[in-house]
Design a binder for this molecule. Structure first.
Ligand code: CDP
Length: 227
């Protein structure tokens, strides 16, 4: 049986964190939590209620109306926003454009981190995001800092969006990734940085199966140390 291990995966936008986290969770019987989906859900809720994400007081007020919880479906944890799964709406361009601004508020982060820490209280978890190894689980048994070349990340996200060959769309994807990376790395509270004890993996030239092999071996190794 897999021990109760916590795996923290951090890294820049669209470098495959969630794919890796999902694959690891499935292989080791852990739960996967995509922390980015939570910041996206808050952003989606604000936009749906025509709240300008730059208006701090309004964001603070509406945050009280947001209930985020997860429904377990096998190794998948499906996010519920006020009781319903927001689904693909979280990946819209409007959300892409505003999420980093919303994620820069300390009061938003506090609420998200509390939910994230509660989830892992009594079970093994793989969580991916920007502040997992440093803020959410500073004592995680395994920390991965995933990175990939920008061009490769753009290609991956572009494919994921199912967009047909279109240079303008590709440029827009590239701009969004670069801008989110900039805001996420330079914000005052919990900026994206590599934890000192994180293992850096560059997956630019690794297939999905290869990255699972590499990181899976690390999970195995750390798990054995726990037993
Ligand atoms: O999937 P992708 O890499 O594009 O992004 P995501 O993981 O869905 O995260 C969306 C945004 O949420 C990021 O650009 C950050 O601004 C924010 N985020 C964060 O601040 N802290 C986290 N732990 C996870 C996401």
């Amino acid at each position: 049986m897999t021990p109760r291990i916590t795996v923290a995966i951090d890294g820049y936008s669209a470098c495959g964190k969630s794919t890796l986290a999902k694959d690891l969770a499935q292989r080791f019987g852990l739960i996967h939590v995509d922390s980015g989906s939570m910041y996206r859900a808050v952003t989606y809720h604000l936009l749906k209620h025509q709240i300008d994400p730059s208006k701090t007081a309004e964001v603070k007020k509406i945050l009280h109306d947001i209930d985020l919880r997860f429904l377990q479906e096998g190794s998948l944890f499906v996010l519920l926003l006020n009781g319903s799964p927001p689904g693909d709406a979280l990946r819209s361009k409007a959300v892409d454009d505003q999420v980093s601004q919303v994620a820069s508020y300390g009061f938003v982060r506090e609420k998200m981190v509390e939910i994230q820490q509660n989830i892992a209280r009594d079970r093994g978890v793989v969580m991916d995001g920007r502040d997992i190894g440093i803020v959410v689980f500073p004592n995680a048994e395994l920390k991965i800092f995933l990175q990939a070349d920008l061009e490769i990340r753009v290609d991956r996200r572009y494919l994921e969006l199912g967009t047909t060959e279109n240079q303008l769309a590709r440029k827009i994807v590239a701009q969004n990734l670069t801008e989110r990376d900039r805001i996420d790395s330079t914000r005052e509270i919990s900026p994206l940085t590599k934890a000192k004890d994180a293992v850096v993996i560059d997956n630019s030239n690794l297939s999905r199966a290869e990255q699972l092999e590499v990181v899976g071996a690390l999970v195995q190794y750390r798990s054995q140390q726990l037993t």
